[in-house]
Unconditional design. Structure first.
Length: 375
């Protein structure tokens, strides 16, 4: 079997390369196109390469490739963004998807994989998605798409993304998306054993996101709840000093911390949602009265490009996830992170994790697309 030649557009920290490597598929990087110089530093450190930043709008090389992987910018499609869209010629970052089409038309690879946010399929942006599919069909490709969630492929992160697999018609292959897998890991399995105190929330920050101002109410006791970790944020009641919770006398009838929870502000009828040990809390926009889904049960909510994801630890303190934990939640090994951390700041490492594609999801896709067929 010949080496699979891949072209990574908007390559980030190389989730595509890492997925192929973990599957043992023989590959070589024909080229890597990424304009963010800090992401390029991490990519080179991880993959032992020496690429320079490249602008996709001026990229026009004549090379042979088997697979094009692109996670074109999602900011203008994302609910978290300004919803500027990705119409061709609009000049938005998300419109760079049409640069990928230009390159595909030139190189005609066997396979093209596109990853983007689920909101691309919404009524507001669906015309961009349909346009992509139509053009790819005109170029001689058959398209398959589906929304996949990282927590269905071994990673305790609630991260939904739409994946579009385009196969050149002469390859004569039908693609079937991978079946969901049982999630065996919880968020707490991805945490570091020792974490610097700087990651723990201050009293003021906890006050903003907690349902009970001043923590005057006791923790609510709920039995037998399993949690999935989303975005970390709040904390509970009781007397508190320097982020450490000390129970007051009115809690003498409660059992233990594992049965207690923190009440986190949430735009529901109750006005809050319970967060237990090992749950994640979304720390973004703590003063918002319209935020929902702040708490994830034993899984992390979708990682963003910053340090806005928190977790409730075993003494009911809340802390931010560390950069290394975020990389783990994207499917990267600690060895990869350690190499990248030597050439980048924590701010850039958070950003790179949030911008990446979950390695495990790509592994499941490649296992169906390439490995099972012996490509």
């Amino acid at each position: 079997m010949n080496k699979l030649r891949i072209l990574e557009l908007f390559g980030g920290i190389g989730a595509c390369s890492k997925a192929l490597e973990k599957l043992g598929i023989d590959y070589e990087i024909a080229d890597y196109v990424e304009i963010d110089k800090y992401a390029v530093k991490s990519f080179n450190a991880i993959h032992n390469t020496n690429f320079e930043p490249q602008d996709i709008t001026t990229w026009n090389k004549d090379i042979e490739v088997d697979l094009v992987m692109h996670g074109s910018p999602c900011q203008d499609f994302s609910l978290a963004g300004l919803q500027a869209g990705g119409d061709e010629g609009s000049g938005t970052r998300s419109s760079l998807m049409y640069e990928t089409i230009r390159i595909v038309k030139k190189l005609k690879p066997k396979y093209v994989i596109w990853e983007n946010v689920k909101n691309l399929l919404s009524k507001k942006h669906r015309h961009n998605f349909d346009s992509y599919l139509e053009i790819m069909e005109e170029l001689g490709y058959t398209n398959y798409y589906q929304v996949l969630n990282a927590k269905d492929y071994g990673i305790p992160q609630n991260r939904e993304r739409v994946f579009t697999i385009s196969i050149r018609n002469d390859i004569n292959k039908i693609f079937i998306f991978p079946e969901k897998q049982e999630l065996k890991l919880k968020l707490k399995d991805m945490l570091e054993e020792t974490v610097d105190e700087k990651y723990y929330l201050s009293d003021d920050k906890i006050d903003k996101i907690s349902h009970w101002k001043g923590f005057q109410k006791p923790f609510e006791k709920v039995q037998g709840k399993n949690s999935i970790v989303p975005t970390l944020t709040a904390r509970g009641a009781g007397e508190e000093h320097n982020g450490m919770i000390t129970f007051s006398d009115n809690l003498e009838n409660t059992t233990n911390l594992q049965e207690q929870c923190l009440n986190i502000k949430n735009a529901t009828k109750k006005g809050y949602i319970e967060a237990y040990e090992g749950d994640s809390v979304n720390l973004a926009y703590p003063d918002s009265k319209t935020r929902r889904g702040r708490v994830g049960e034993q899984v992390s909510q979708t990682l963003q490009c910053n340090d806005s994801m928190g977790v409730v630890n075993n003494d009911l303190r809340i802390r931010k996830l560390t950069p290394k934990e975020c990389w783990r939640l994207m499917g990267f090994d600690d060895e990869d992170f350690d190499k990248a951390s030597k050439v980048n700041s924590n701010a850039q490492l958070y950003k790179q994790a949030g911008n990446s594609i979950v390695v495990n999801v790509l592994m499941a896709i490649f296992n169906e697309l390439l490995k099972k067929e012996g490509e």
